[in-house]
Design a protein around this ligand. Structure first.
Ligand SMILES: Cc1ncc(COP(=O)(O)O)c(C=O)c1O
Ligand SMILES: Nc1c(O)cccc1C(=O)C[C@H](N)C(=O)O
Length: 413
């Protein structure tokens, strides 16, 4: 097998300069941007400025003076550019879980949904997605709402005239498998069913065309490939054709048409603003706003192209080792069917992951026995793959992963 020239790949990388946008510890190789993105330098500056100058200096005047009040819409409009949506179809707020609750209820109350009850999803979806449907199901009763779970490969064929909505995560958090959302929407719509997409593992790392694909509702987070920081607010998209009849039960005052009239009766704002609930978390929303600027001058096609090169270099480098066959690739073998991660099953996945972290190579573990490597094209370098694989080779060949220190599992893996 040919040796990969990692240094040459870095020299040829049109996104190489983007790494300088991020503050990364010099002794760390970070392959966990699919869980928590790295800190953009401009985010650290903006958070300091927001606290010191805006909050600290201008106090409550900042709601008007620094446009705090319109952050959910202005940040939403910026996110829209990365997911193929119109500016007025996306708003930044709450968490994915809470936004899912809103869109599941919106789908349940959409015109044509009243005589249907099935929310169709995949068994292997991220648990919070399923828990949120189970919550609606328990609240409304199974006569009105029922979660039906199938394997990813059966999803399209399981849609029928009882389906209210298909709830699909574009890129699976465990395996990295990517679903064809456009095809899913085409089939769902042929049964007059709706599509709710979870973009947690795809927003910011590959081109997404929500409008072109005719997706009805979507949610996503900003703390993974959008690099806005732990717990930063999520986003929600509602296709414009659903705006006029849009209903969601979390009728908070920020979703009111005139919140500062303090009227006792709720009157929903027009359009996407109706998805808002309460006061926006201004400091972390400023962080989202600044983090999105890392995408200035970068196309998602470029990001995807580098992601494919990174995953290819990793797979190719791994395959050169005798012990590589111990790692079973659980991600789809064909690059076009996966996101920006590679997941492998190994009986000692947890211990190997901890041994790597101990040597400064951060990957993560998912039960029961998977190790995941996430590749963030804005800051990962090809040279890092070389060093990570050298470390992995040493761990495997010395069997240092059997160290008793790794027997006890940490709470957050
Ligand atoms: C697909 C998916 N959906 C949702 C979440 C989490 O949602 P929340 O932002 O509500 O914690 C994650 C990961 O944290 C995820 O991977
Ligand atoms: N959201 C997370 C958190 O609050 C703590 C630790 C991890 C996460 C994650 O994002 C998990 C992630 N969605 C996953 O793919 O496993």
């Amino acid at each position: 097998m040919n040796q990969t020239d990692y240094a040459q790949l870095d020299r040829d990388d049109p996104l190489a300069h983007k790494r300088d946008d991020f503050q990364l510890p010099p002794d760390i190789i970070y392959f966990d941007g699919n869980s928590l993105g790295a800190l953009p330098k401009r985010v650290a500056e903006v958070v300091n400025k927001t606290t010191a100058t805006q909050w600290g200096g201008d106090l409550i005047k900042s709601w008007n003076q620094h446009n705090w009040v319109s952050l959910p819409t202005s940040v939403g409009a910026k996110i829209a550019q990365l997911i193929g949506a119109r500016a007025d179809e996306v708003i930044c707020c709450d968490s994915i879980s809470v936004n899912l609750f809103k869109v599941i209820c919106a789908a349940m109350s959409a015109v044509g949904s009243h005589d249907r009850r099935i929310i169709l999803s995949t068994r292997d979806n991220f648990p919070t997605d399923l828990y949120m449907v189970q919550g609606v199901e328990a609240f409304l009763g199974q006569q009105r709402c029922e979660l039906k779970l199938v394997d990813e490969s059966e999803l399209i064929d399981a849609i029928d005239d009882q389906t209210v909505a298909v709830l699909a995560t574009e890129v699976n958090f465990r395996t990295g498998r990517r679903l064809d959302l456009a095809k899913l929407a085409e089939v769902a719509h042929s049964f007059n069913a709706l599509v709710i997409a979870d973009l947690a593992h795809s927003a910011g790392v590959m081109p997404i065309q929500l409008n072109q694909w005719q997706i009805d509702y979507a949610v996503g987070c900003t703390y993974k490939y959008l690099n806005a920081g732990p717990g930063a607010p999520a986003f929600v998209y509602v296709n414009q054709r659903h705006h006029a009849a849009l209903k969601q039960p979390l009728q908070g005052w920020f979703g009111h048409s005139r919140p500062f009239d303090f009227n006792p009766d709720y009157q929903g704002a027009a359009g996407i603003q109706r998805m808002l609930v309460g006061t926006p978390p201004v400091i972390s929303m400023q962080a989202v706003n600044a983090a999105l600027d890392c995408f200035d001058g970068v196309s998602l096609e470029q990001v995807r192209a580098k992601s494919l090169q990174l995953t290819h270099a990793f797979q190719h480098g791994l395959a050169c080792h005798d012990w590589a066959s111990e790692f079973e690739l659980i991600s789809p073998p064909q690059a076009q069917h996966r996101g920006s991660q590679l997941s492998y099953a190994h009986p000692h996945a947890y211990q190997i992951c901890q041994a790597l972290i101990d040597r400064g190579v951060i990957a993560d573990f998912r039960a029961p026995n998977y190790i995941r490597f996430g590749f963030a094209p804005l800051y990962n370098q090809f040279r890092e793959i070389q060093v990570a694989l050298e470390q992995l080779a040493d761990i495997m060949e010395s069997q240092s992963y059997l160290d008793p220190r790794w027997q006890q599992r940490l709470a957050v893996t």
